[in-house]
Design a protein around this ligand. Structure first.
Ligand code: CAA
Length: 383
């Protein structure tokens, strides 16, 4: 029996800023953001849109009434949770209308949480083949106005349905995991923004990739030639490329060109969105699946997941015949095309206009599942 990703889709909020505008406003050469960082646009959300809103919209795109009856587990991976105790997945379970006899919980380990959820789901379906598990990776990546991390912000969610005999990507039992206690990026309780050691985070990311890549190849007796493509956690699109280049030195020019061409296909959506933290690897996977033209049944795709702090995992899956029919390419392209561009002034206003859950209030926002009210610190969502 195979187990893996049967359905997958992402959602991003309806606003963005252009990175040229941000560069001008910050007195930086725009090439630093477009070429040095590798980002063209950055997703921005209003205060009435949070990780629950993103998660519900992403999941709503892929789930049928039959899925809602058969899902028995809802897992949310996030590092921008709205509650220290109650899991986002419990709210999501209600908003989506999943049958009641389900397990719902939230996982945290920086940007790695979505992968932890995916692997938990795979183990569950392997033991209970009739189960369907909803895994959502949802986050708001914020470092603060004028901060070093500002050009690497973003927001949104990826939803995946994990089943037996999946129709998009089977996931192999070949994970190589790595844990290292490193303070490269962390957010102490009560802090609005993360603490970041940018250079250390870049260094740890590359070092972690090299370690799990070489160890995985040693354990499974594989080389780059066994992979049709590699998808990376993408905090900004230049980051994955730097890690990829670090293992290409001994490869032939043809091999380098082949794998770098797939990498470019995997970053097309992220360039327009920015960092999704837990969802970034999976936006990269969606971009690859929706843009690569010569993926065939059985092709092996390697996936590198990285969560600062730091946990990394390299694992792989195989393309399923007919996978294209189960993607949502048109929906994703429309979602990005229909976004409203904000001026930097508008972005800064939205940024400063934080949701205050200590004050009861009502809100107007047309976005499906947006926040309609705060009462006694509880968020109400449009259903
Ligand atoms: N034209 C072209 N390129 C230019 C340029 C110009 N005019 N000016 C600068 N650049 C290049 C630089 O040469 C550099 O390229 P290399 O990295 O290839 O040398 C690149 O632009 C970035 O320049 P800096 O290193 O000077 O940029 P910075 O000091 O402003 O910091 C950053 C960049 C560290 C990524 C910062 O934005 C940051 O801290 N971001 C948040 C942390 C992060 O995303 N870390 C990634 C790994 S951690 C992770 O993956 C988990 C997660 O999701 C957070």
């Amino acid at each position: 029996m195979t187990v893996g990703i049967d359905k997958i889709s992402f959602f991003v909020p309806p606003y963005y800023i252009d990175m040229t505008d941000l560069a001008h406003a910050r007195g930086v050469d725009p090439n630093k953001f477009h070429i040095g960082i590798g980002q063209d646009k950055m997703a921005v959300n209003a205060k009435t849109q949070d990780i629950v809103t993103f998660a519900a919209n992403a999941a709503n795109t892929i789930l049928t009434a039959e899925d809602l009856e058969k899902i028995d587990m809802v897992i949310v991976g996030t590092e921008s949770s709205v509650d220290e105790s109650k899991a986002t997945s419990v709210v999501l379970h209600r908003l989506l209308g999943v049958q009641p006899f389900a397990r719902s919980f939230e996982i945290k380990e920086a940007c790695y949480g979505g992968t932890a959820g995916l692997q938990f789901a795979i183990n569950h379906v392997t033991l209970h083949p009739e189960s369907r598990v909803l895994v959502v990776a949802t986050d708001i990546a914020r470092y603060g106005l004028n901060s070093g991390g500002e050009p690497t912000q973003g927001a949104g969610a990826v939803a995946m349905l994990i089943t037996k005999e999946p129709r998009i990507l089977t996931i192999d039992d070949d994970s190589t995991m790595l844990t290292q206690d490193i303070y490269d990026f962390w957010r102490p309780v009560g802090h609005e923004y993360p603490m970041v050691d940018g250079p250390l985070s870049n260094e740890t990311y590359i070092d972690s990739f090299q370690k799990v890549w070489h160890e995985s190849n040693r354990r499974h007796e594989r080389t780059l030639a066994d992979y049709k493509a590699l998808a990376f956690h993408i905090p900004y699109t230049k980051m994955g490329k730097k890690a990829l280049l670090s293992i290409l030195e001994d490869e032939t020019p043809e091999e380098q060109e082949r794998i770098l061409a797939r990498y470019e296909e995997s970053i097309l959506y992220s360039k327009q969105i920015g960092n999704l933290y837990t969802g970034s690897l999976y936006v990269g996977l969606i971009s690859l699946l929706e843009h690569a033209e010569d993926l065939h049944e059985g092709d092996r795709i390697g996936l590198f997941s990285y969560g600062s702090g730091a946990v990394a995992e390299f694992f792989s899956g195989n393309i399923v015949n007919g996978y294209q029919e189960h993607l949502h390419q048109e929906h994703h392209q429309q979602l990005l095309a229909q976004r409203q561009q904000l001026t930097i002034e508008q972005y800064e206003q939205l940024f400063a206009d934080n949701l205050d859950t200590s004050v009861d209030a009502t809100f107007e926002d047309d976005l499906p599942f947006s926040i309609t009210a705060i009462k006694n610190t509880v968020r109400s969502y449009r259903v």
